[in-house]
Write a protein that binds this ligand. Structure first.
Ligand SMILES: Cc1ncc(COP(=O)(O)O)c(C=O)c1O
Length: 426
């Protein structure tokens, strides 16, 4: 296929007329398809339905600690849930606390607590003139919304195929004590599906922050969410931090949102003993305890980490054909045209698409015109502003395979049309 840039003006005009005709035809179908949010499909949700049958009789409601899970007690979570989620994120049960139904909620609370009460005895962030956060981008829009909400200045750090650009991270973190944290999705990142390399993780663990209350917000949301037998490997950050003499440097967040039920799973934080004590001081004021019935239900259903891995294989069976449908259509339709690049992740929930500079917003608008909803262009950058207007997040999980195929075809048509228009305008 001839790259679009090599076509002359007349050829581009002919192509534009063809694409416009095709576009009007699909638009006339009045479709309503959604590739915007990383939600499991109905079929995936069905996989965990038996969990709801687990606690039917009263003799099943005691946890290992001998406590009736229907009643108050065990602020840190039931032992078996700490063991299960600990195994999920590769830490021992004493290093993890179980929370409620959402890890994003815990991240919000962590920032909120740092603002009002400070981190481990340091000055509350709200009393400082300036608080800054590093935001590897493209990244997760809801992370950026949290820091924006608290008025924290966000600094974009470019992503590389091995994780955030660590030269920049090291330089900024060691030279500016207003920088208090960094958002990271280290495995099958949202949206690129990148897993940080061993070198990147080691460099994170060896950071020498100017601020004593700097923390890495290590959002391990996709830790066991593999699509293939051949899995990405991520070095365990807390152990690396300990080895580097920086035990308190990172908080690890995770949940079972995309293992069991989003919004009805269980979330957790893993961290050093000092960080966990700091968290618990506040948590004990905030709540008498989280939902232990749900914790118990999860453990009874999955049994152990092996059970969880087996369950994730069933998710992968459903998700893999969807990822491949998008990737194959992109390759077939625009491979070699020089109008877009995309990632082929081995896990997680997203494919990241890079259009020609200055085209992403127009592509998303074009797809919407034909009834395909995408994540807003720009959402993957702090303040919703992509400096190159080129990144688009594709979420293949929710639609059926058939819907996804149609939606992807409309997406590539939108990419082609906007790219031709851009080249003609140049
Ligand atoms: C990176 C990342 N973290 C956290 C979440 C939300 O997790 P939870 O449902 O536990 O709040 C998502 C959901 O898409 C995500 O992509």
């Amino acid at each position: 296929m001839t790259p679009y840039r090599e076509l002359n003006k007349e050829q581009l005009q002919v192509l534009k007329a063809q694409l416009e005709k095709e576009f009007e035809e699909v638009k006339a179908k009045g479709l309503n398809l959604d590739m915007s949010r990383g939600k499991p499909s109905k079929k995936q949700l069905e996989l965990a339905m038996d969990m709801l049958e687990e606690l039917k009789s009263t003799d099943k409601l005691k946890c290992e600690a001998g406590i009736d899970c229907r009643n108050y007690g065990l602020l840190e979570g039931i032992p078996e849930a700490r063991r299960l989620l600990g195994a999920m994120t590769e830490v021992t049960p004493d290093k993890i606390i179980i929370f409620g139904n959402s890890s994003l909620n815990v991240m919000f609370d962590t920032i909120s607590r740092s603002m009002t009460h400070g981190v481990c005895g340091n000055t509350p962030w709200c009393k400082l003139d300036k608080v800054k956060f590093l935001c590897p981008a493209p990244g997760y829009d809801r992370h950026f919304k949290i820091t924006e909400y608290f008025g924290i200045e966000m600094i974009t750090v470019p992503m590389t195929p091995t994780g955030p650009d660590m030269d920049i991270v090291e330089k900024l973190v060691s030279s500016d004590d207003a920088i208090k944290g960094i958002w990271c999705v280290p495995k099958y990142s949202n949206p690129q599906g990148i897993t940080y390399s061993e070198e990147t993780v080691k460099r994170f663990a060896r950071l020498k922050p100017a601020a004593p209350d700097f923390r890495i917000f290590w959002d391990n949301a996709y830790c066991i969410h593999h699509l293939y037998e051949e899995k990405d490997f991520l070095l365990e950050i807390l152990e690396e931090c300990e080895k580097a003499g920086n035990p308190d440097l990172a908080y690890k967040f995770l949940s079972t949102s995309k293992v069991s039920f989003p919004g009805s799973g269980i979330a957790a934080v893993a961290a050093s003993p000092r960080n966990l004590e700091d968290i618990k001081k506040h948590m004990s004021i905030q709540t008498i305890g989280h939902d232990k019935i749900n914790q118990l239900r999860h453990v009874r259903f999955f049994k152990d980490i092996d059970g969880m891995h087996e369950h994730m294989k069933k998710h992968a069976e459903i998700l893999r054909p969807k990822f491949e449908a998008v990737e194959n259509t992109l390759e077939k339709e625009i491979g070699g045209l020089g109008i877009g690049e995309w990632t082929n992740p081995k896990g997680g929930y997203f494919i990241s698409f890079e259009s020609m500079e200055g085209c992403a917003k127009a592509i998303v608008a074009k797809a919407a015109e034909a009834g395909v909803k995408m994540t807003d262009a720009g959402a993957t950058y702090p303040y919703g502003k992509d400096p190159h207007d080129s990144n688009i997040r594709i979420a293949p999980s929710f639609p059926t395979l058939e819907e996804l195929q149609t939606a992807t075809e409309i997406f590539v048509l939108s990419v082609k049309l906007v790219s031709v228009e851009k080249l003609l305008a140049e």
